[in-house]
Design a protein around this ligand. Structure first.
Ligand SMILES: Nc1nc2c(ncn2[C@@H]2O[C@H](COP(=O)(O)OP(=O)(O)O)[C@@H](O)[C@H]2O)c(=O)[nH]1
Ligand SMILES: [Mg+2]
Length: 337
């Protein structure tokens, strides 16, 4: 039987951990056709998380706990993954948060996708059946959506719809064991997730997205903040550039895009037309966004970026499909391929 280890970082999550252990071991694991194990990675919590996990590991032999050495979310995952591979002999590893934002009922479809041949499974909020919390403020939804779109664009990956989710399952052989985990970038920040994703996507022969209904946090506040977000975007850009082949393509696509825009502009000028399509799209989208979500500077900025994406993303997508991948597909940003 395939052994799937859930690596679950927990920092001051005592109440969440107690109920999570029960829900997983009692309700979810028995429904899944794999040897399911839970590995909690604590970071010297001060609220008794470690003790609760310790108790659980005595009660259930498929629950384990370790302490991470270095601080930071990335290190929690790396320590957990190494332990899961070396000590628990995992065949696959599922990354999952302890705070119920990844509802336990979604473990089963993730594992099933793996059991039916996927090497990398992404819990996706941006495909049919997936969602972000309804309670989220419009600005938060916009940041998540546009941030994700931004990373898709700089990494030139339009096949995957959710590149920033923290709910992912990877096969060990061929995917995780080919990655030097301790050398992942930004392990002290949330941004490391982009590097892990980037490398896993390269190694995986079959990647699938499974819908995830992302829940809001039940207790306390998230540790994610603006600083983490900027670091995440920065790393995405660095990886996009580091990947020279993609970078060259990006440059070629960008340059021809520039030429088309420039020639188009000149053409329209000569025809006696002063307006230009990109100039029409932007104000329309920004007005639409402020009417829908409220007129704040954040929304205006998001609207502006979105307008840019409305032009850039379809253009890149079409050029890529026609000339680079040479497989014509109609963009389906919100659907599974
Ligand atoms: N072990 C460990 N866990 C962490 C650390 N930072 C966050 N976590 C856990 O990682 C998960 C995600 O953190 P959270 O603050 O909810 O981030 P968000 O869901 O991305 O906003 C939760 O289960 C946290 O308890 C850390 O430095 N070490
Ligand atoms: Mg969370």
């Amino acid at each position: 039987m395939e052994k799937v280890v859930i690596v679950m970082p927990a920092w001051n999550e005592v109440e969440n951990i107690k109920s999570m252990v029960e829900v997983l071991t009692q309700d979810e694991f028995p429904k899944i056709g794999a040897d399911m194990q839970l590995l909690i990675v604590d970071n010297h919590s001060t609220d008794g998380t470690a003790e609760a996990a310790e108790d659980a590991s005595k009660k259930y032999n498929n629950v384990h706990i370790i302490q991470q050495k270095n601080s930071g979310l990335g290190w929690a995952y790396v320590s957990g993954m190494q332990y899961a591979i070396d000590e628990l002999k995992a065949d696959a590893i599922l990354e999952m948060d302890a705070d119920f934002q990844h509802p336990p009922r979604f473990v089963k479809p993730m594992v099933e996708a793996y059991l039916s041949g996927a090497e990398y499974v992404i819990g996706s909020r941006y495909i049919e059946g997936g969602s972000v919390p309804k309670e989220w403020a419009a600005s938060r939804k916009a940041i998540s959506f546009f941030g994700n779109l931004f990373i898709r664009t700089v990494l030139l990956n339009f096949k995957i719809h959710d590149l920033t989710t923290g709910f992912r399952l990877s096969k060990v052989r061929g995917v995780l064991d080919k990655i030097e985990l301790v050398k992942l970038r930004d392990l002290d920040k949330f941004a490391y997730k982009v590097d892990l994703l980037y490398q896993s996507l390269k190694n995986s022969k079959k990647t699938v997205e499974v819908p995830l209904e992302f829940a809001s946090r039940t207790k306390d506040k998230s540790k994610f903040n603006w600083k983490e977000m900027v670091a995440t975007f920065k790393l995405a850009i660095i990886l996009g550039i580091k990947d020279k082949q993609r970078f060259i393509k990006f440059g070629v696509v960008g340059f021809t895009g520039f030429l088309v825009n420039y020639l188009g502009l000149e053409f329209l000028k000569r025809m006696g037309l002063t307006t230009y399509w990109a100039v029409i799209v932007q104000p329309l989208v920004v007005n639409g966004a402020t009417t829908l979500f409220g007129d704040t500077s954040l929304i205006r900025l998001a609207g502006l970026l979105f307008a840019l994406f409305l032009v850039v993303v379809p253009y890149n997508y079409i050029v890529y499909n026609l000339f680079i991948w040479r497989t014509w597909k109609i963009p389906k940003f919100f659907k599974r391929d």
